[in-house]
Design a protein around this ligand. Structure first.
Ligand code: ADP
Ligand code: MG
Length: 254
């Protein structure tokens, strides 16, 4: 074994649902500050892998480790989130009746929940931090709009902003470009690239244009295991990947 420390390590992980092997002997290592893209056909186990990292599901076997030695399999979802592992689900969930500013403010690291926040004033340091996050995700212009009135793409960026507001070490993002226009997709790619380094990021995505835009290293998941890893060209030219994923996708089967 090397002495290298990863921010996330999954080793020999298995997860079965009613006899179906959703994750099978999965090994996955994420470097600190890395932006990793995970692709794979529907049902490959991509979202389940995130469930196992975030404590939403428990592995039947194997280890899930954060940093050098924090065993995530013994912690619940809330504890894992508090360690600095944030997840963005596919469908955006924002407080529609609150402003964009308030949504970020409510999410700030160290806040005690919606009620205590709504009855308190915005501290100057918090205001600065909210504006910093809004600028990062490109929503400064709509800070005072109701979140419910944003476009689909803007809601996704707001939700990424709400995650960043918690200052997570690891960001797990499931299919951020789904339902976005090409322009929104490209902006999302730029945003994620700007966040890498400061955060370690795992992005699950289907859109190969988007994958090519952002990816340094791509992991292909198939039947709950890693089929191959490499840069976009290596992965796209790998005959097994073409067979199980890209080939089928060309025929419109993904
Ligand atoms: P992906 O995100 O790669 O499309 P998933 O991780 O969502 O794939 O699903 C992998 C497989 O595990 C699928 O066959 C799915 O039906 C199954 N699965 C996922 N979560 C559950 C669950 N909670 N109960 C039963 N089966 C599940
Ligand atoms: Mg999924």
């Amino acid at each position: 074994m090397s002495a290298r420390t990863f921010i996330l390590s999954l080793e020999g992980v298995c997860k079965t649902f009613e006899g179906f092997k959703a994750i099978h002997e999965l090994n996955f290592y994420l470097d600190e500050g890395e932006l990793r893209v995970i692709i794979g056909p529907n049902g490959a186990g991509k979202s389940t892998m995130l469930d196992l990292i975030t404590g939403r599901a428990r592995p039947d076997k194997g280890t899930v480790t954060f940093g050098r030695d924090t065993d995530l399999t013994t912690l619940n979802e809330c504890e894992i989130n508090q360690l600095g592992i944030g997840r963005k689900f596919q469908t955006p969930s924002v407080y529609s009746d609150h402003s964009v500013f308030e949504n970020i403010w409510l999410s700030l690291e160290g806040r005690r929940g919606v009620l205590s926040t709504l009855f308190s004033r915005v501290r100057p340091a918090d205001r600065d931090r909210v504006h910093e996050v809004l600028s990062t995700v490109g929503l400064s212009q709509v800070a005072h709009s109701k979140a419910g009135n944003l476009s689909h793409g803007q809601k996704q960026w707001l939700e990424i902003g709400m995650l960043i507001a918690q200052n997570p070490k690891v960001l797990l993002v499931d299919e951020p470009a789904a339902g976005m226009t090409d322009e929104e997709t490209a902006r999302t790619g730029e945003l994620l690239m700007s966040l890498a380094g400061k955060h370690s990021i795992v992005v699950i995505e289907h859109d190969m244009v988007f994958v090519r835009q952002i990816a340094r290293k791509v992991t292909v998941l198939h039947q709950g295991s890693v089929l191959c890893e490499g840069n976009v060209d290596e992965v796209q030219n790998n005959p097994r990947v073409v067979e199980v994923y890209l080939g089928r996708k060309k025929r419109g089967d993904s």
